[in-house]
Structures are given as C-alpha cells and as structure tokens.
Design a protein around this ligand. Structure first.
Ligand code: AMP
Ligand code: GLY
Length: 422
C-alpha cells in the first residue's frame, strides 16, 4: 500500500523507519519530513500538515491508501473528520482529539468514567475570582494548565500562592492566547512518570511498549522543559502488577468510555501517567505517539506496525498479535547550543561511524548543496537496542561521539534514575 506520514520530527523518523520495513508498504511519503526521512521514503516539503485540501489533492494524485498522523495539530484540527472515510486515517476523530486539545474536556471525561487523575477545577474570565479563592484551598506547589494546545509549554507548576494567583490572572488574560482562556487548576501529584501507548480501533486495543521520557534540558532533571531529551523502554517500575492496574483502571475505561459516548477513535492513545506509590494516575492524554518515546518504542515492536495500524484504521484490530522485543531500547537526543532557548540554524553536520545505533533525524535539513545541516533545537535522536539499558546507552554515546556540529549538547544521565531502581 501507499502510505502518507505527516510530521517532521524524530518521532516521524522512527515511524518512517518502522513503516518502511513493512512488507505491506510499497511506497512511503513523509510530509514534510526532514533531512533524514528521505532514506525511508520520499519527502513532501512545502505543505502544512493542517492544509487538508492540499493533502487530499496529494493523496488523489499519488493514490495514497492510508494517512498516518505523527503530530497532534492535524488531529486536533479534525483531519479524521475531514477525510470522512475517503482515506484510511490512523487517528481519532476531532471529538476524540479533544482528549489532547482540551485539558478541561479530558478531565471531565476522566471524571465521567472514574479514571484516576488529580482533583481539579476549571476557570475562565467569568470565574477568575473563584479561581483565586480555589487556590487558597490547595497546598503548594500549584498546578495551572492552559486548556488548549500550547506547544508543550502550557503547564505551570508554581511554589508560591501569590505567584500562582498572579499567573492565573495572566493565563486567563491571554498568556497563551486563546489556549489559556480556560485554565485547569489541579492537585499536585508526587511520583514517577511514564508514558503508556495504546493502539485502538475503538473497541479492541493493543498496549505498546512502555517508555519514560526526560523533559528537562539539564542533567538530574534540572532547568527548563524541552520537547524531550531522551527516552528508555522498558520502564522497570511499570511491572506486571502496575500494568494490570493501568489496563483495568485507565485503558479499558478510556476505550469503553469513548465508545459509550459515540466518539470515533482509531489510532494511538498516549497516556502520560504518574505512579503515586504504585498507583497509576493520569497526568494527561495525548492523541498521538510521544517524542522521543517513539524512537525507543518502535525499536521494541517486532510485529508489522503497518498491519496493526491498517487494522485499527479499518476498525478491525481483532486478535491481530503485537509482539514486543524483550530487549532494552534507549534514545539520547542531541540538541543545538542554546536550546530550548534561541539557537543557531544551518550549521553543517558531519557523521562518522555510528556503530549499532540508529540516527532518527529531527531538526535536520539539506542545504542547496545537499550538505546536512541543523534546522531545529532537537537535531538527532540517537537510538539503539541491546540486552540491557546500560549497553544501549553505551552504543548511543559512542554514536554521539561520531556526530559533529558546532555546539552539540545532550544529557549523559538519561535512564540513570531507572537504573537506580533496578
Ligand atoms: P502535561 O503537559 O499535562 O503533561 O504537564 C507537563 C508536566 O507537568 C508533566 O509531565 C508533569 O511532569 C507535570 N505535571 C502535570 N500535571 C501535574 C500534576 N497534577 N502533578 C504533578 N506534576 C504534574
Ligand atoms: N514526550 C512527551 C510528548 O511527546 O508529549
């Protein structure tokens, strides 16, 4: 079949890598793709992933059978509904995508279906003063979330009450534009986080390998948040007992809840979970795969992902098997100097012998002469599998030595917290 993959990051590189290995995939296009995805298929630059009419024209001209959506924007903008069955789309309907597109919707959904999550209330300009009062009833730290998409920056965790009250006013006043016109305030949960991925056809589901990501720029989880500095799979504390709770209390009620509410969902569900003394609670839903979790997760899926995605998109997962590798996977992201603040672009990248690692390009491009250059904050996700997490990390660090560009930065402590638990 002919497949169109939307997106341009490390996640899409990993999806493209996996899709291109499927015997079912005759032709893969990546729209827009990056400086590394052209190894797995053909890049389609110059079209936005939310420009549905132009994407449909491309699908018609290139006989695309299935669209796989990597990033959230097209899903939240309603790509599933736009195509309305004219193409197979791996993803939720616009209503289903609200699980990520509106935190207030997600919290209300969880509360309707008794899915464990932090206690919360939502506030708007009309109820701002109630929000200020509500903060008085909570203990520090205070968790304030912009309701809508805010490029991963819409969550503030604040230690002082005065600061939290000030931020609530500013958020509702437009700190994140319309995205923070509604603000969710919730109880702070203390524990260790992991990312659980599910592929569903709306009735059945398969649970993909669990991963943990590392969001802060600095070692020891310090400094500002980034799009993700690395990931590890499997996650030692997400053991059989924990995952049984996750399935019973979270995954099943989510899939059944969507179905009961008549919400079409044929794609990936990303559960951002926190283990509070061994009890899983939902921090957030996303309606796509995670980045950089996907880079590690794809390496541990032995089954044909295209067959699974097609079955999900057709509403027919049935008893199709999902085989997961017992190996450990690790990803370390090399980033630009200055990221997540401002950083230079267009710096030439030289690649040496990367051994057993795989390079999933993220912020790379080719200049007019064909030279590989940096084009984003997260430049390349370096991934590998091995018998142990330590070995996979060793392979990644050796490969990182063979990547050169000015100002290369990365975290050397990815996975160290998990190794301590083992
Ligand atoms: P989100 O965008 O909802 O995933 O939030 C970003 C990050 O903020 C999460 O990955 C958590 O580390 C943290 N966070 C969000 N909600 C809470 C909460 N209720 N308690 C503690 N930490 C939270
Ligand atoms: N790694 C977190 C995310 O993709 O949102």
């Amino acid at each position: 079949m002919t497949i169109l993959l939307l997106g341009s990051g490390g996640r899409e590189s990993a999806l493209a890598w996996k899709i291109s290995r499927s015997p079912l995939c005759d032709k893969l296009y990546i729209l827009p793709g990056n400086g590394g995805t052209d190894v797995y298929g053909e890049n389609v630059p110059g079209i936005k992933t939310t420009d549905f009419p132009t994407i449909e024209k491309f699908c018609d001209e290139h006989a695309v059978d299935m669209i796989v959506v990597g990033n959230e924007d097209p899903l939240v903008a309603g790509i599933y509904d736009y195509f309305d069955g004219r193409r197979l789309v791996v993803g939720p309907s616009k209503m289903g995508a609200m699980l990520e597109g509106s935190k207030d919707f997600a919290k209300a959904f969880m509360s309707r279906h008794n899915i464990p999550t932090a206690r919360y209330r939502s506030f708007t300009a009309e109820t701002l003063e109630e929000g200020i009062e509500f903060l008085l009833t909570l203990k520090a730290p205070y968790v304030l979330k912009a309701d809508g998409l805010a490029a991963g920056k819409g969550v503030l965790i604040i230690d002082s009450l005065e600061e939290a009250q000030k931020s609530l006013r500013e958020m509702i006043g437009g700190m994140f534009g319309n995205s923070s016109a509604t603000v969710v305030i919730e109880e702070f949960l203390s524990g260790i986080e992991c990312s659980v991925f599910v592929l569903t056809d709306g009735k059945q589901y398969r649970i993909l390998p669990v991963a943990k990501d590392y969001k802060r720029i600095g070692e020891g989880d310090t400094g500002p948040n980034t799009g993700g500095m690395g990931s590890i799979s499997p996650v030692v504390f997400a053991d059989e007992v924990f995952m049984q709770k996750v399935e019973e209390r979270i995954i099943r009620p989510t899939v059944e809840g969507l179905a009961a509410e008549g919400i079409t969902y044929r794609g990936f569900i990303f559960l951002g979970l926190i283990s509070v003394e061994g009890e899983p609670m939902v921090i957030e839903y996303n309606v796509r795969m995670g980045d950089p979790e996907t880079e590690s997760v794809m390496l541990r899926i032995d089954s044909d992902l295209v067959a699974l995605m097609r079955a999900a998109a057709e509403g027919n997962l049935g008893d199709m098997p999902l085989a997961i590798s017992p190996k450990a996977a690790a990803t370390v992201v090399v980033v630009s100097q200055g990221y997540p603040g401002s950083y230079p672009k267009g710096l030439p990248i030289e690649l040496g012998d990367i051994g057993n690692a795989i390079l999933f390009h993220a912020g790379t491009d080719r200049d007019a002469k064909g030279q590989l250059v940096t084009s984003g904050g997260r430049v390349i996700a370096v991934s590998s599998t091995a018998d142990t997490i330590e070995q996979a990390l060793q392979q990644n660090f050796a490969a990182i030595d063979a990547i050169s560009y000015e100002g290369k930065n990365f975290r050397r402590d990815i996975g160290r917290d998990l190794l301590k638990l083992m």
